[in-house]
Design a protein around this ligand. Sequence first.
Ligand code: NAI
Length: 792
Amino acid sequence: MGVIKDILRTMDYGPAPEGAEHVRAWLEEHERGFGHFINGAFLRPGELFDVFNPATAKRIARVSQGSPADIDAAVAAARKALPKWAALSGFERSKHIYALARHVQKRERFLAVLETIDNGKPIRESRDIDIPLVARHFYHHAGWASLIDAEFPGTKPVGVCGQIIPWNFPLLMLAWKIAPALAAGNTVVLKPAEFTPLTALAFAAICVETGLPTGVVNIVTGDGATGAALVEHRGVDKIAFTGSTEVGRAIRKATAGTGKKLSLELGGKSPFVVFEDADLDSTVEGVVDAIWFNQGQVCCAGSRLLVAESVAETLYAKLRARMAHLRVGDPLDKSTDVGAIVAPVQLERIRRLMREGEAEGLEFFRADDSLPEQGCFYPPTLVTGVEPASVLAREEIFGPVLVAQTFRTPDEAVALANNTRYGLAASVWTENVNRALEVAARIKAGVVWINSTNMFDAASGFGGYRESGFGREGGREGLYEYRIADEPKPKPKPARPPRLAASPGFAPARNIADSDIDRTAKMYVGGKQARPDSGYSYAALDPAGREVGLAGLGNRKDIRNAVEAAAKASAWGAATAHNRAQVLYYVAENLAAREAEFARRLRAMTGAPARAAKAEVEASIRRAFVYAAYADKFDGAVHATRSRFVTIAMNEPWGVMGIVCPDAVPLLAFISLVMPAIAMGNCVVAIPSASHPLSATDLYSVLDTSDVPAGVVNIVTGEANVLAKTLAGHDGVDALWYAGDAEGAAEVERLAAGNLKATWTCVPAIDWAKAEGREFLRRATQVKNIWTPYGE
Ligand code: NAI
């Protein structure tokens, strides 16, 4: 009795540890070390490395370091299992995935404890958030498995998927990767992070238990070198990666030109925007979830607090008071709020960044500096007085550190929010629904939470804009990453002959001033015709080698001007879809009015028979009408996520798109690529066929007379592959479609690693007669999910 009275007096928390006996016994069973899980069985342990509990700094297991030979064996097993798994009916696959969900659920407690011991996250989080979401992900995708044929017609599985995951949500990231891959009929080789491989191995045991066919899931443990071997393996058809932007960029380069499909979920520096009318008490709880959840080791952590100046001090005071109640300590204790940092190297990274911040003279607040004596801990920290240029406002800290800045107007808030190379997520706090939705639409991020934060659900896509990567995980949008068009694989085309000289239809450059009358078709930049910066033109030749006309020889400066003009025209993306449709209809009509002239031009340029030329123009006109029709019909969705949330999946334009057109059917291909891009609100820099540029340059007057706003379509003629390189390396270009040769595609993908722009380089395989429809619109957009709560 006395004890209860004492407790009531002090109101102190007593220890409330979660039982860990089962997990400890399981770890002891494997004391000699874990082997890889390949072809349905655990191999004998190989070369081993230690795995530590970050909260105690004690070794908890030894795990095999995957070699290239191990990756080889795992890929071979996945390849062997692929035909049967892919051929199973969706219903049969769904039963297997459903069994995985059920078994995860049955072992929830075990998996939560293991995750906490391995990663250092509080048991409350692994028990109430991570593992339930893992089960939810498998359930949701069990459903997709049975619907995949009906819902994704004309597609098939990608093949063998190499999946590399980080250490911050080990089992959840595994679920985000494996569940959609299996549902879509693929087989996988997954490499967990070296700090946290244990729940993946426990999951492998579940795969055995549920009777998943051997080889469908393979797990190879190891470090970055093991990951790199998986990325480079020729038997892998797709790489899905979550981790740092730096490694993501290296993977983009390593996969360039290999034909591997790629999705990257990378770093973030997500804004948490608080307006003066926000409910500040709710906001404080939001901040706790945004930055102190999982010790701030969350790619989408709301790590930049942007707060209206008028309420900043009030909010800081409330936050400081709340911070005093955060309990840092034993992650297995059920009343711990903040657990351990995953590893000493991460802790040192946080400390280094804090030292840099201190050197800048920033103000730090920590409610309580006392930390457990052992293990990797860092106290919740609030940093104020931060300027946008500060290292702490720019770098991903990946720790429990909140960095605060103030703003005065909504415009300034949006500018600050977007003042980052990342674009993963954002939180917006205001009681004004109009403002919330307006700001959500203007922030460049793949997920925006209104009056909420860190909400996840299997039914909603998750993934970034800009240097936070491309591709989505979860929801319908995530499944596209694991399906490809059900068509024969394109044969790689031989590289085009090097350059100006003997290429058919493409004769040596000459100085523009050499011609008596300058008949050179110029560039089309910002709605005006512009002379090429080089001052040179080249002759477009017909198949007999006769000159058909002259086109400007564009260079990097012309591309830069065109990108600048396209960026200035961004209001096009905000125009109503109805307005854009009207403009596209007008283009189609004006093209139709000049049908005969365009057919003559095609005949002259390509030597096509009259009927073929006429057919190409007719097809181009029809296609222009189709995209005018689509402009206001490529709707987003409302995902069925959680109750009391409307999760709006909006299809947003990329912004500035580069489009490199092929030589084949020069007018039809140009229209097939440019029209869907602008229909969705992008502004385009297009490089027409180098050999047959004149049907594109003839379009200038069509665009001029069709009310296409200046800068929405920019056209630069010249050597396609040379210009493509400049476009691919340009940070102002957000996405790039390339329809050229294999060599050029590889170069474009490699250079795109700079700002991690999304690329689509499979276009040359396209049958242009059929190159139309939703696939083009989907690739011309990226999905933003806006989570909007309702109810009091
Ligand atoms: P990391 O990007 O090196 O590791 C993530 C995964 O990639 C691990 O499985 C690792 O073994 C693997 N990997 C490393 N190098 C590779 C390579 N060359 N090829 C293929 N796979 C490779 O991240 P790290 O070093 O653990 O953390 C460093 C920083 O990265 C963190 O401080 C944080 O800022 C950021 N990060 C972001 C994450 C996110 O979810 N966005 C997750 C983890 C880290």
